[in-house]
Design a protein around this ligand. Structure first.
Ligand code: ATP
Length: 326
């Protein structure tokens, strides 16, 4: 049975239109007109327990709106949504104990207090007994390398430490389902990697289900085998990341530095030649032929150096979003 079950989910925001000037203000006050923003349109997907899924889309695609419906912060306009067996917008306490939502650009920890104080408040809200609180705190703080930092006021923590403390606060009640909206936003490369490493470990250790949005493709490639793509509120793709790349980036680039320059006609058999500059040749080679082609190049040519590069995933997905075709 899926932990997250979404069927024909739609959210339409009514947005009041106001004309400029005094007349516009008066009309707006007495007789408002609305236009409809279709933020999410008829999307369906299921996520099984323990899965870690990347939820991707360009700005304004409807990701946050979907996460808000999945966590019960807003009511869908139509469709059905169930998370951990509950209908989110009823906001039943048993449901709230099973989920957590972490938004990279919002914080729940109190700015002037040590994180530990906010954590104690959370423990009281979730009715976590002292003994269990102490155990979980120690375990999570260790996983996040935060032991020394929890007694300092939050405002004195670095951005990365603050994000880790936010994660600790969000996970103290051991939610079964975790929704993460840009958890690595604005963090430096090391802090991003630390958060990623932690999420991977948390998912494996507790079999937690995680739905994650991120503009950093490194997060997605490191954590998610499956991705869901949405564009202008509609579901574009739901499947494995590997298959997506296979379908939309079937080639890799092979750069070879030869001992002596060679005429292009003698090189064409190894792949589609992109450029030849002196002794350096760049080929495009289909993924499935990569190992055979590389062995042939190494056996048949005098090679000084060879490297293989993957087209950046950002480029592949960016192209999909700009063409709107999957
Ligand atoms: N409360 C609201 N009232 C009216 N329109 C809204 C509201 N919240 C979001 N929207 C609109 O709904 C659409 C989807 O927004 P949403 O925030 O869900 O996108 P997103 O994929 O999370 O984007 P981003 O990556 O920029 O955060 C956008 O056109 C946005 O302007």
């Amino acid at each position: 049975m899926p932990v997250i079950d979404v069927e024909h989910l739609t959210k339409i925001y009514p947005v009041a239109i106001k004309q400029p000037g005094l007349k516009g203000t008066l009309t707006h006050f007495f007789r408002r007109t609305y236009r409809q923003v279709k933020a999410v349109q008829d999307i369906s997907f299921q996520i099984e327990a323990g899965e870690m899924v990347g939820f991707l889309g360009p700005n304004g695609a409807g990701k946050t709106t979907t996460l808000k419906m999945l966590t019960g912060l807003i009511h869908p306009s139509s469709g059905r949504v169930e998370v951990a067996g509950y209908v989110p917008f009823r906001r039943q306490p048993q449901f709230l104990e099973k989920i957590s939502l972490v938004m990279g650009q919002k914080q729940q920890l109190l700015w002037d207090l040590p994180a530990l104080d906010s954590l104690k408040i959370n423990a009281a809200v979730y009715k976590i007994p002292d003994r269990i609180f102490a155990r979980r705190l120690q375990e999570l703080a260790e996983m996040l390398s935060l032991q020394e930092k929890l007694t300092q006021p939050v405002r004195k923590l670095s951005l990365g430490e603050r994000m880790k403390a936010e994660l600790l606060a969000a996970l103290l009640h051991h939610p079964q389902v975790l929704f993460l909206d840009e958890p690595t936003l604005g963090l430096d490369v090391n802090a991003q990697a630390a958060v990623r490493e932690f999420l991977k470990e948390y998912n494996q250790r507790y079999q937690a289900t995680i739905l994650l949005t991120s503009h950093y493709m490194a997060d997605i490639t490191a954590l998610c085998k499956r991705v869901i793509l949405i564009h202008q509120g509609r579901l574009m793709y739901d499947g494995s990341l590997e298959e997506l790349l296979e379908r939309f980036a079937p080639c890799r680039e092979v750069r070879v530095e030869l001992a002596h320059p060679m005429p292009p006609e003698k090189l064409a058999r190894y792949g589609e030649i992109e450029t030849v500059e002196g002794q350096e040749v760049r080929f495009l080679v289909r993924r499935e032929k990569l190992t055979t082609t590389i062995s042939q190049i190494l056996a048949q040519l005098e090679v000084i150096d060879l490297s293989v590069t993957e087209p950046p995933i950002e480029d592949v997905i960016g192209r999909l979003f700009s063409t709107g075709v999957v």
